[in-house]
Design a protein around this ligand. Structure first.
Ligand SMILES: Cc1cc2nc3c(=O)[nH]c(=O)nc-3n(C[C@H](O)[C@H](O)[C@H](O)COP(=O)(O)OP(=O)(O)OC[C@H]3O[C@@H](n4cnc5c(N)ncnc54)[C@H](O)[C@@H]3O)c2cc1C
Length: 441
């Protein structure tokens, strides 16, 4: 798929791309599509491409850094990936997710639409509180639109009522984001937050919950999520990719980027490194406190025998369990050995004691009834940092201001962390394509 491009002259390149993740590699491919002129170099500090969308194969298990699953809304983008892969490389699976609330009650995902599956006193209280919440804002706004709240926590209470919030959504999201939910904006999850109204719940009560149509199917490559990255990689010539090379400084006036290996003059620079990293590299003044994020510690765990076979994901609210979500790879691949990923939300600072967390995770899996008789035979851990950025009014303002300032100097900061946002790999491709089209001659 790659075609020869203009050679990269010593120390100079027309388009320098920082980051060989989905955004950087995606941009390189779209740049080719639009006939973007000149030489291209993609540098990444990591020893392998893929960014957070990487996979590990170990002892017969296939794991991602953290389980990556896909539901494409832009079929042309999905097609772009699939046509660069072997036929039959991608599985399409009907999603089965369960949610366990603070009382240990398990219902379908999403919790707020599945309260009819709770024991009677609990669902009655959830329903009454939901109704009161809706009545409380009925005069000012419609039931489905966002209430006039400022923080994520306020939004949960105002939109869904006290019981749904306290039984699941608040403790679950506190575990995930590892932050006070009052520090996040009401709309911090954007379209990823499944909205619910009293009417939706009543309808679900009548028909039985069915995942609410929320990403009801997903796709997953047999070799792990990195297969999508490998598909994108076909648009990057081998000589255009430099791994183990970290960008350390950018001189915006002279348009010279310094890496751990060389100085490179560029015409335009497209970066998917975290925005605060880029701002530091440019010495561009910014409010460092606006860019909060969490880390996610992921344990990939392989066992010698099968566990439950009826789920792909289980979400946990109880603070007695260290993890917020457990994913079952074996139920995606139809394997006969339990293969899990377990996600723990951590604050952004401090050392991570992997052995300490591993013990807690294994005990938690027993407490949650996931590990019964199985023995652990293989494992792998990774700290994703940053993982979920903390979106609030300050972060949005500072992100918009600094990205605009960078653009004026020919530096385009894109991607989940370059744009400091909450998104999927599909969103990364949409953004990378739009940028390539905007910069096209
Ligand atoms: C826990 C978790 C679960 C997720 N699950 C899903 C999912 O199920 N489905 C989905 O679609 N998306 C999911 N995502 C989102 C997805 O991972 C991201 O949208 C996507 O990987 C972001 O790609 P990117 O290229 O923008 O950034 P990254 O993947 O972060 O790539 C940036 C690259 O830049 C490199 N880099 C950084 N700084 C420098 C530097 N100074 N010099 C050189 N190189 C540098 C990094 O090494 C990295 O390779 C998930 C994310 C997380 C955290």
């Amino acid at each position: 798929m790659s075609s020869p491009t203009a050679p990269i002259s010593e120390g100079s390149v027309e388009t320098l791309v920082v980051g060989a993740g989905v955004s950087g590699l995606g941009f390189r491919g779209f740049w080719r599509d639009v006939g973007g002129p000149g030489s291209v170099l993609v540098v990444d500090k990591a020893p392998a491409p893929g960014g957070w969308c990487r996979s590990i194969q170990q002892d017969g298990f296939v794991w991602d850094y953290s389980g990556h699953f896909f539901h494409f809304r832009h079929k042309d983008l999905e097609q772009r990936l699939v046509e660069r892969m072997e036929s039959g490389a991608v599985r399409t699976i009907v999603k089965r997710s369960r949610v366990v609330d603070v009382d240990g009650c398990e219902v379908s995902f999403p919790y707020q639409r599945s309260i009819g599956e709770l024991p009677t006193p609990a669902w009655k209280q959830c329903l009454v509180d939901l109704w009161h919440a809706e009545q409380g804002r009925a005069t000012t706004t419609s039931a489905r639109s966002a209430p006039a709240t400022t923080t994520f926590k306020e939004m949960l209470y105002a939109r869904l009522g006290r019981s749904i919030s306290e039984r699941f959504l608040v403790p679950y999201n506190e575990k995930l984001y590892a932050v006070d939910l009052d520090d996040l904006d009401a709309d911090c999850m954007g379209r990823f937050f499944p909205t619910t109204t009293f009417a939706d719940v009543m309808q679900a009560l009548g028909s039985g919950s069915d995942d609410g149509g929320y990403n009801a199917t997903f796709t997953y490559p047999r070799g792990g999520a990195v297969e999508y990255v490998n598909a994108l990689l076909q648009d990057t010539a081998p000589e255009e990719l430099a791994l183990n090379e970290e960008l350390t400084a950018i001189d915006l006036k002279t348009k010279v980027a310094t890496t751990t290996k060389r100085a490179i003059h560029f015409e335009r620079l497209v970066t998917s490194a975290p925005l605060p990293t880029t701002l530091r590299a440019c010495s561009l003044a910014h409010d460092t406190t606006a860019f909060g994020s969490n880390r996610v510690l992921v344990f990939n765990l392989g066992f010698d025998a099968k566990g439950r076979d009826d789920v792909h994901w289980v979400y946990f609210a109880a603070k007695t369990l260290p993890f917020y979500r457990v994913g079952f790879y074996d139920n995606i691949f139809d394997d006969n050995r339990m293969s899990l990923y377990v996600e723990i939300g951590l604050e952004s600072m401090g050392a991570v004691d992997v052995d300490f967390w591993k013990k807690r995770v294994l005990q938690g899996l027993i407490d949650a009834g996931i590990v019964t008789h199985q023995n652990l035979v293989s494992w792998h851990a990774i700290v994703m940092d940053p993982a979920y950025v903390h979106i609030n009014a300050r972060s949005l303002k500072e992100t918009a201001r600094t990205r605009a300032a960078l653009e004026e100097a020919g530096v385009f900061s894109i991607g989940r962390y370059g744009a400091w946002t909450y998104c999927s790999i599909e969103d990364n491709l949409v953004e990378a394509r739009a940028l390539a089209q905007r910069l096209a001659p």
